[in-house]
Design a binder for this molecule. Structure first.
Ligand code: PEP
Ligand code: MN
Length: 348
């Protein structure tokens, strides 16, 4: 933390400002920090040396800011210390189905937007497993933009998902939309997904920090990466098993994809955080014909895996019908993704 003090405007003021600088330094020392005073020609700067707990930083900054002679208090520490790269430069890996996500091997998570029926679920999971993906994804709770769109099968969908997971011994990912649903969904999922609409549902994030399963956190369409990482920090307070997922940001006018593909941010995130980053080309594209090229671009940009929508009969899908791949396309994607992964020194 850096505290910038007022500059003396007259000789008489020098002693006054000196006393103010001393008062600030004394406070820092009283509170257990070291103070580094640097006297410049125009400015006096007091640096706080020592680690300040994130929970305490904001109120302490406000207290210092209110002291006489203080012009500005700037934080140089990160607002997301638990997930920042410098905290763990070797990176975090999250184990799913024998793959250390965040390591060299990529994870492909595939499945329909929603659980729609026993038959659809069975056909989808069989195909996803056969085609070589590493985990299955389907929503029982679907937070939709409008109240008249298909909202998912809820608890019935969860029960089907749990049964399919046990039948196939295959890991599942599914979206949780409220803290109260965590216990109901617990046995149906291996990874809890937080969708972009709930990315700043802080009660939900805190609750996911109090349980042990990994969390796949999707970026909201309209937040900065620093806001995204602060959302991850809420979970990281209690649970470090977090996978970040980019899925496109708010669409610019004149673009043909559903959202603006934030592929460049995969590479940026890798410089900011030690958490694994997966890429969802399906929601970014909104069109199944664009999913494969966007998926490959994400791998090339450094993604640790893909989250891809797949439906055994996409035309009949009850949600996101336009963007779900069919079996032939998923097979094509797997083959092409393997080649691109190898080209960038990864495996799939
Ligand atoms: C989804 O993954 O099916 C979904 C609804 O995604 P998002 O939260 O990114 O819109
Ligand atoms: Mn979807």
């Amino acid at each position: 933390m850096i505290i910038i003090m007022e500059e003396p405007k007259s000789r008489q003021e020098v002693a006054l400002i000196d006393a103010q600088v001393k008062a600030v330094a004394d406070l820092l020392r009283q509170e257990g920090f070291n103070a580094d005073i640097s006297r410049g020609v125009e400015r006096n700067i007091v640096g706080l040396l020592g680690k300040i707990e994130p929970e305490r930083a904001e109120s302490f900054m406000a207290r210092v800011r209110s002291m006489p002679g203080v012009v500005k208090v700037e934080r140089i520490s990160t607002p997301y210390p638990r997930v920042a790269l410098r905290t763990k430069p070797e990176g975090t890996t999250v184990p799913i189905n024998g793959i250390a996500v965040g390591g060299n091997q990529l994870l492909v998570i595939a499945g329909p937007c929603a659980v729609e029926s026993e038959e659809q679920l069975e056909a989808a999971m069989t195909a996803v497993k056969e085609l070589g993906a590493g985990a299955f994804r389907a929503g029982a709770y679907k937070p939709r933009t409008g109240p008249y769109s298909f909202q998912g099968l809820g608890e019935a969908g969860c029960i089907m998902l749990r049964q399919a997971k046990l039948r196939h011994r295959f890991p599942t990912v599914s979206e949780v939309t409220a803290p109260g649903l965590i216990s109901q969904m617990y046995d149906a999922v291996d990874v809890f997904q937080v969708g972009m609409r709930n990315m700043q549902n802080f009660e939900l994030l805190r609750a996911l920090g109090r349980q042990r399963k990994p969390v796949l956190l999707k970026r909201n369409q309209a937040v900065t990466l620093d806001e995204f990482l602060q959302a991850a920090e809420y979970i990281a307070v209690g649970n470090s098993q977090i996978i970040l997922c980019l899925r496109g940001t708010r669409r610019e006018y004149g673009m043909e994809t559903r959202y603006t593909p934030d592929i460049g941010d995969i590479a940026v995130l890798k410089r900011k955080t030690h958490l694994p980053v997966v890429w969802d080309p399906s929601h970014a594209a909104g069109d199944r014909n664009l999913v494969i090229p966007l998926a490959l671009a994400g791998i090339a940009a450094g993604a640790d895996g893909l989250l891809v929508e797949f439906h055994p009969n996409p035309m009949a899908a009850l949600s996101d019908a336009d963007q779900q791949l069919d079996s032939e396309q998923l097979a094509q994607l797997m083959a092409a993704a393997r080649r691109v992964a190898e080209a960038v020194g990864r495996t799939l």
